[in-house]
Write a protein of this length. Structure first.
Length: 215
């Protein structure tokens, strides 16, 4: 018997789970600092130092995921800039197969992402996967990141979920921990969220390289 026979609803993260995290890592760690350096006419290393320090201040909070926050902080139009690198947006290798399979199994499938609505729109446009989801929920809808218990309370009541019959897949151990504390029974991490980087291990959760391992 495979794991999915125990599950009614599959909750899926977007970046690093369904989509290759390479796009986001490139955008935030390379492209934004380079644009900031250009704007201020300062060396790239100085721009990186400043940008990364700002990231660290709000890590894990809603502002960290908010395009408006970063547009204001850096004086850059993040909503516009994301279009310049959108050719890097890719689904992970067996994402389409997995979503098709869930559809055949008649599972409820919901996307839960910390991404800003503006980012979700571009990514859904580029990948064409939005029709696979009953609902796409952004943490901005609840004004609470997935790391926050309020997010999970809102999801549970909004979707009338039985969390003991849910599987949640995410590439962040911190977020999986928050889901576990909220009562989600089945949890899996992603081994290689960014196809260009080495795989990660999680201390408290099983990780999968491919979605087929769930079967």
């Amino acid at each position: 018997m495979h794991l999915l026979s125990e599950v009614d609803t599959v909750l899926l993260d977007m970046d690093g789970t369904l989509l290759d995290l390479h796009y986001d890592n490139h955008f935030w760690m390379e492209f934004v600092p380079s644009q900031y350096a250009q704007k201020l006419q300062i060396p790239l290393a100085e721009a990186q130092h400043h940008v990364f320090a700002q990231y660290a201040k709000v890590s894990g909070r809603l502002d960290w995921y908010c395009y408006d926050h970063w547009s204001k902080t850096f004086g850059l139009d993040i909503h516009q800039l994301q279009h310049k690198t959108k050719h890097k947006i890719q689904v992970r290798s067996d994402t389409l197969w997995f979503l098709e399979r869930l559809s055949q199994l008649n599972k409820r499938v919901v996307m839960l992402t910390n991404a800003h609505r503006s980012g979700i729109a571009v990514k859904m446009q580029e990948t064409g996967i939005s029709h696979y989801f009953e609902k796409i929920i952004s943490s901005h809808d609840y004004q609470a990141a997935k790391e926050n218990p309020h997010f999970w309370q809102s999801v549970e009541s909004d979707l009338k979920l039985d969390l003991s019959r849910c599987l949640f897949i995410d590439d962040s151990e911190k977020i999986l921990k928050a889901a576990e504390l909220a009562g989600v029974a089945y949890l899996r991490g992603i081994a290689a969220p960014d196809s260009t980087q080495t795989a990660q291990n999680m201390r408290d959760f099983k990780v999968i390289k491919l979605f087929s391992e769930l079967f």
